[in-house]
Design a protein around this ligand. Structure first.
Ligand code: NAD
Ligand code: NA
Length: 398
């Protein structure tokens, strides 16, 4: 079949399997020539491994110097009579194919990471086929819903301010315009639910479970990702429902860290730069900021994507030759340092003051933003012939 992009609002309804493969190959090529990870982990579990920071972590740890064997867990759809499936499905297939060609183990588990039977399956695999333990667990899930572990009822997260209403623009990627939205403050229940879905509870329960099963190696590390951003985005993020969930994640890192002391283990939260991913395009009010940020950081030669961020994280920060991990006063690992630079934020603020639904395409880097979104779904890659027939039967999850 010939596959064309289909976008509805903020959601891609199709993806290009060949393009997804090419995007994974580009990331592999990047980490292969970047400064290498000196002494990294050999056995890694990535939760949320099919896109964004999770996929980039897996690529960096396998191909960026550590030559890690990896297990990837993700929630994705394969091809069916409903459509081609999701980009993450093809990312997993391409990654494992290329890792196995290099002689690395790359095992995928597709399904719900919140479900106890997924935990059991992964644990059995680690015990019986993966050498008996893991050195690193990367927790990179991003989702709008999670079944309550006690009741089984679906809990949904919301992205809202807390306390007072706020207005902000969201990008409509389907029709290329900015729409203004009024965001009412979250109710207490919505705050609680967002913390349940995007806070630290599930991360902690994965680690406690694996620890209880005796599957964490001595000197074990675990990380999860967070965002803080500059003050002018606090209303919608840092001081909103998502920020509340992240605060919970930060506290969880300290709890896990304490529980790992006996085996010389550590848990960290890594604060990343704002980027275009399947998850982040949903954050209302954040898009104009991203458009301005991309323009400024590209002009200053400071721009990074997921893969640049992750390779820098593992090579320069987490697995440095001297074995130390630099953290801030709150014990957070900061790789948002370039985004947060005063000179960057000054220029971003100046652009944002001029950004309106009429000017956003010339003031901000809309081309770059949309290009990244298309690329997440395998479209817009130069080396791909989009008029060529794609044989979906070639893509099998192993
Ligand atoms: P993403 O949408 O690219 O990836 C999410 C991953 O989670 C996918 O692999 C998906 O399959 C998986 N997933 C979702 N629900 C699942 C489930 N029930 N079971 C198993 N897998 C499931 O998202 P991302 O932007 O890479 O986000 C990862 C983390 O990074 C999040 O904690 C996010 O808050 C954080 N972060 C993102 C940004 C950004 O700008 N994108 C910035 C800083 C921090
Ligand atoms: Na991810």
């Amino acid at each position: 079949m010939i596959i064309h992009p289909v976008i509805k609002g903020q959601v891609a309804k199709s993806c290009h399997p060949v393009g997804c493969g090419q995007a994974v190959a580009e990331q592999i090529a990047y980490v292969s020539r970047a400064p290498q990870i000196a002494k990294g982990p050999r056995k890694v579990l990535v939760l949320g491994a099919s896109s964004g920071f999770g996929l980039a972590s897996r690529i960096s740890l396998a191909f960026g110097g550590a030559r890690a064997d990896t297990i990837g867990v993700a929630f994705e759809r394969g091809p069916s009579d409903k459509g081609v499936g999701s980009a993450g499905w093809y990312n997993l297939i391409h990654f494992s194919h290329m890792a196995r060609k290099e002689g690395l183990i790359a095992r995928n588990f597709v399904g719900d990471a919140f479900a106890p039977d997924m935990r059991a399956k992964v644990a059995d695999y680690i015990r019986n086929e993966f050498g008996g333990s893991v050195d690193l667990v990367v927790y990179s899930l991003a989702t709008g819903a999670r079944p309550d572990p006690e009741t089984g009822e679906l809990v949904r997260s919301t992205i809202k301010p807390i306390g007072t209403a706020t207005r902000g623009y969201t990008i409509n990627l389907e029709k290329d315009f900015l729409e203004e939205q009024c965001l009412e403050p979250a109710t207490d229940q919505e705050i609680k639910d967002t913390v349940k879905v995007m806070g630290g509870e599930d991360w902690q329960s994965w680690i406690s479970f694996l620890k209880g099963e005796g599957l964490l190696a001595e000197g074990f590390e675990t990380l999860a990702f967070s965002y803080i951003g500059p003050e002018r985005t606090y209303d919608i993020y840092h001081h909103g429902t998502l920020g509340r969930a992240k605060a919970d994640l930060h506290q969880t890192a300290d709890r896990i860290d304490a529980a790992l002391k006996a085996q010389k283990g550590q848990a960290h939260v890594v604060v990343c730069k704002a980027l275009v991913t399947k998850a982040s395009v949903f954050i209302p009010g954040l898009s104009p900021y991203l458009l301005a940020l991309f323009r400024v950081m590209k002009e200053m030669g400071l721009h990074e994507g997921c893969i640049e961020q992750m390779q820098r994280l593992y090579a320069d920060t987490l697995y440095r030759a001297d074995g130390t991990i630099p953290v801030d006063a709150e014990r957070l690992v900061r790789i948002d340092d370039r985004e947060q630079r005063a000179d960057v934020q000054e220029k971003v603020a100046a652009l944002l003051d001029k950004m309106t639904p009429e000017t956003f395409r010339s003031i901000g880097d809309y081309e770059g933003y949309k290009g990244d979104f298309m690329k997440l779904n395998g479209f817009g890659l130069e080396s791909v012939d989009y008029e060529a027939d794609v044989d979906l039967d070639r893509y099998r999850m192993e």
